[in-house]
Design a binder for this molecule. Sequence first.
Ligand code: PMV
Length: 328
Amino acid sequence: MSNSINKAVSSAPAKVILFGEHFVVYNNPAIVAAINKRIHVGAQTNNKLHINIRSGENSICILTKGNANPVLIRDKDMLFLYPIFKCVSHVLSEKKKSNIGIDLDIDSQIPYGEGLGSSAASCVATVAALYSLFSDNNRNQIYETSKLMEQNIHKNSSGVDCYVCTFGGIINYEPDKGFSNIRPKKKFTLLIGSTGVKHSTGEVVSQVKEFRDKNSSQFKNLSLKANVIYKRALNSMLEGDELELGRMFTENQKLLSALGVSHPKIEKMIDVCLNSGALGAKLTGAGRGGAIIALLPHDKSTEMVAKISKSPGKWMVVEFDYNGVIVG
Ligand code: PMV
């Protein structure tokens, strides 16, 4: 194998959607941020013509050339592993290396199906590790390929998740201008609460499509409101106005509830945060379960986290990640 190595490692961060989930699928803006939880991938070539993927107790083994013919499946979560297989097989075929096998080891700190970008991060880290095996570390290419691969998970993917998992940071997405970095004037404190209820992004995105098909003027009206909230949120970040930013979280949540993507556990966890003094809270990602984010007053966050953490759910304060995908 010329110009290639036989081992590579990479990692990619989780993400939160701060504003604009679902609306972004229909040409509306969004603000997304990478956070300090990662998925690590180790890739190694083998001469058995098998693609072996292992993640904790789950594993799949598929013939390199027989994409549709699993030779051994020991999984509890094919939903999670199969798109990763598609990433591997896509890069092998793009690099005209379908005559080799790959062993892939995955170690993830990102819960699956909770709206924190586990699918996007796993695509980005897998594609990056595979490209790296062939001495190709072009980030734009990693992004383009993983965006394409995420469509194996849900067809209407907006691509924002893969972008932020590749490049890191707090990202502003505007359909007519593309992606740009946001540098908030002040540091702000974000708390994530996981409901423990898994969702399928593809299913929730399809339900929203159905809602939009049946209620087009209501959807238009909600999109207009989402755009106003996005603009006010962006300004409040640039101006360091955490009170206004918190209010926008809660306003955005009302729109997501109206879209039908909230969940009783989400509503409960949001109430706990707001009643404990959070400046605002909303679901993040596809919804119907998954996770919420709450903005805490920066100077009082420690006491507040101690109080909120006593209530049901899994809570963690997160930092933003500015590295994006790391290879090697
Ligand atoms: O739940 P997640 O992390 O897969 O986020 C999905 C975000 C959506 O806006 C609902 C879909 C998309 O592709 O942007």
